[in-house]
Design a protein around this ligand. Structure first.
Ligand code: SAH
Ligand code: SF4
Length: 393
């Protein structure tokens, strides 16, 4: 704790009336720095101190992972009591945790209202990626995506988005230990907004949450360690660069409008040409910050050599890499995964044209944690009950 300034609170704070915000205590999690500042002011922290207090509270929350105001030991006891009277530190709750044979962890996370989302941790050699959700369900209905079969229930709040990162750090034991040397290899070294939902339809909350996660005095994940994946919400794409600054991935998946209309129906609103124009204009686009084109490999649908050649033509002029995703099956899915040979032949064509074309290794399939397999467990249970009732008729 030596890096935190010891600053005793002055008497005038203690004598201020304790102001409870309207509507009860406010959850501090997910508030941006400015919002924490404003919240502390509203709770009666004197203006002259609020900057320092907000910084101290921030470090407790996001550097040390503390969940109890009583443990914020560099704050005077009365100030801690004031905080406890005005604020909460609320995270979503982990309902179940499943661990795959390959080490992938899937958390079923319950949020206010009893809704559920899934968060997936994918450990890799010397690094690890956390895949987080931005919505319960999705308004879009991509025909190969399990989440797309679940109607949108609601957007996640910034607290619920940051909360997924925090609860994964809890589970992995990744908060720093006071007095212990700094651990250089991070278990969660990268974040991908590739869980449930379309992040660009919940832009403000996603942005605020990522600002919290990127803040240097807390979780401190650099902007280039975060990738936001969109199905192609064209009007919001540029804001990803200007307001968040993270990397961009696009669920491309087809090389003609005819096929993309069927796979990614948002294409009927913003077609391939419109999407590519937006990507060409993406602020800050460069070879070191390329756009990832995600391409799910569906047997006989979008996996021909002609598709690969068309894709290369479409990418021309855009610093890009192509991430090939072998289709992950789910109960009732209308597609099959392309064969290994097809996928490799496709990858070679892209690669020979000068674009990186890694094939994503499916992870956590045995626990339905792979790309596109996520869905609320309650929704799964509801569907299987409905199917059982149907079969029993
Ligand atoms: N809604 C956002 C982010 C979530 S999906 C988006 O669509 O981009 C993350 C990636 O997994 C997307 O590229 C999505 O198209 C892909 N995906 C969805 N279902 C899949 C499945 N069954 N198999 C493989 N990839 C899938
Ligand atoms: Fe929604 Fe993305 Fe699934 Fe499409 S692929 S239904 S946008 S979560």
């Amino acid at each position: 704790m030596s890096n935190l300034p010891a600053a005793p609170i002055t008497q005038d704070v203690l004598t201020l009336p304790r102001k409870l915000p309207e509507g009860g205590p406010v959850n501090l999690i997910g508030l941006t720095r400015d919002q924490v500042h404003a919240a502390l002011l509203a709770a009666g922290t004197p203006e002259g101190q609020v900057r320092m207090r907000a910084g101290q509270v921030w470090q407790w929350l996001y550097n040390w992972g503390v969940r109890d105001f009583a443990q914020m030991t560099n704050l005077a006891k009365d100030f801690r009591a004031r905080l406890a009277g005005n604020f909460t530190i609320d995270l979503p709750q982990v309902v179940t945790r499943q661990i795959s044979a390959d080490g992938t962890r899937k958390y079923l996370v319950r949020i206010t209202g009893g809704h559920e989302v899934e968060t997936v941790y994918i450990p890799e050699e010397g690094r690890g990626t956390l895949c987080i959700s931005s919505q319960v369900g999705c308004t879009l209905t991509c025909s190969f995506c399990h989440t797309g079969t679940q109607k949108l229930v609601r957007n996640l709040t910034a607290a619920e988005i940051v909360g997924q990162v925090m609860l994964a750090r809890d589970d992995l034991g990744e908060w720093p230990v006071k007095g212990a040397p700094k651990v250089e290899t991070r278990l969660i070294s990268n974040i991908v907004l590739m869980g449930m939902g379309e992040p660009l339809y919940n832009f403000d909350n996603v942005r605020d949450a990522m600002k919290v996660v990127m803040d240097n005095e807390g979780i401190a994940l650099g902007r280039r360690r975060i990738t936001l994946s969109t199905s192609g919400v064209v009007p919001e794409i540029a804001r990803t660069a200007t307001e968040i600054g993270c990397l961009l991935a696009v669920s491309f998946h087809a090389t003609t409008d005819e096929v993309r209309d069927r796979l990614v129906p948002i294409n009927r609103k913003w077609n391939i040409a419109t999407l590519l124009d937006a990507l060409r204009d993406y602020p800050g686009l460069s070879n070191s910050e390329r756009i990832t084109f995600e391409y799910v490999m569906l047997d006989g649908v979008n996996d021909s050599k002609a598709d690969a050649h068309r894709l290369v033509e479409l990418l021309r002029g855009i610093p890009a890499k192509v991430n090939l995703i072998p289709f992950n099956e789910w109960p009732g899915a209308p597609y099959r995964r392309s064969s290994g040979n097809r996928i490799h032949a496709f990858a070679d064509i892209i690669h020979n044209a000068g674009y990186a074309s890694p094939i994503r290794t499916p992870r956590g399939e045995d626990i339905m944690a792979a790309c596109g397999q996520l869905k609320s467990a309650t929704e799964r249970a509801r569907k299987s009950r409905a199917a059982a009732a149907e079969a029993g008729r």
